[in-house]
Design a protein around this ligand. Structure first.
Ligand SMILES: CC(C)(COP(=O)(O)OP(=O)(O)OC[C@H]1O[C@@H](n2cnc3c(N)ncnc32)[C@H](O)[C@@H]1OP(=O)(O)O)[C@@H](O)C(=O)NCCC(=O)NCCS
Length: 149
């Protein structure tokens, strides 16, 4: 999408960012969790279309490791390349900060996100059995990594 813009988001943007989180996730973060991941070591970026926030990600930067804590595109705007644009920005931030390894965790049934990560070179390094609560019981987490060295 050509009319998009990427910029940081702050606590002042938490309502518009949280609206995307709720719309896109069957098991969303709480607002408190989102707000606790803004500022300090966190990289918080949003994508806007015509001044409306439609997606975001949160990265946790610790020395030379960057963890993708959340990436999310509003359902009305999915499938149009915005997730890839956000991930490109995440990887650019990783390079800018001389990151050696990127990490993330994803639900085992979240094929769309896994396809996005695999397409960008992430590989599965662990599987955590029953890590996430699910509609019925629990769901495994896949731990994925990307080496940039
Ligand atoms: C994962 C997510 C961010 C992808 O955003 P998006 O804007 O729809 O993705 P894009 O249109 O940029 O697609 C990029 C790639 O993602 C993968 N992908 C996206 N949607 C997919 C789907 N429904 N099925 C399979 N693969 C899919 C594909 O590899 C796609 O590349 P391709 O178009 O060349 O096949 C989005 O689905 C989302 O917000 N999901 C809910 C939140 C979530 O699960 N976040 C991940 C937490 S770990």
């Amino acid at each position: 999408m050509s009319n998009h813009s990427l910029r940081n988001f702050t606590k002042q943007d938490s309502d518009s960012i949280y609206a995307i989180e709720i719309a896109a996730n069957p098991f969303p973060w709480t607002l408190k969790t989102l707000q606790s991941c803004i500022g300090g070591r966190y990289i918080t970026r949003q994508i806007k279309i015509n001044k409306q926030a439609v997606g975001f990600y949160v990265g946790d930067l610790v020395i030379d490791e960057l963890t993708l804590m959340e990436i999310c595109v509003h359902p009305d705007f999915q499938g149009q390349g915005l997730g890839q644009i956000l991930l490109n920005d995440f990887l650019a931030k990783a390079k800018e900060n001389k990151v050696v390894t990127c990490h993330l965790e994803v639900r085992a049934k979240n094929t769309a996100a896994q396809m996005l990560y695999m397409k960008n070179g992430f590989i599965q390094v662990h599987r955590r059995t029953g890590y996430y609560p699910a509609a019925m019981g629990y769901e495994d987490a896949l731990v994925m990594s990307l080496s940039l060295s």
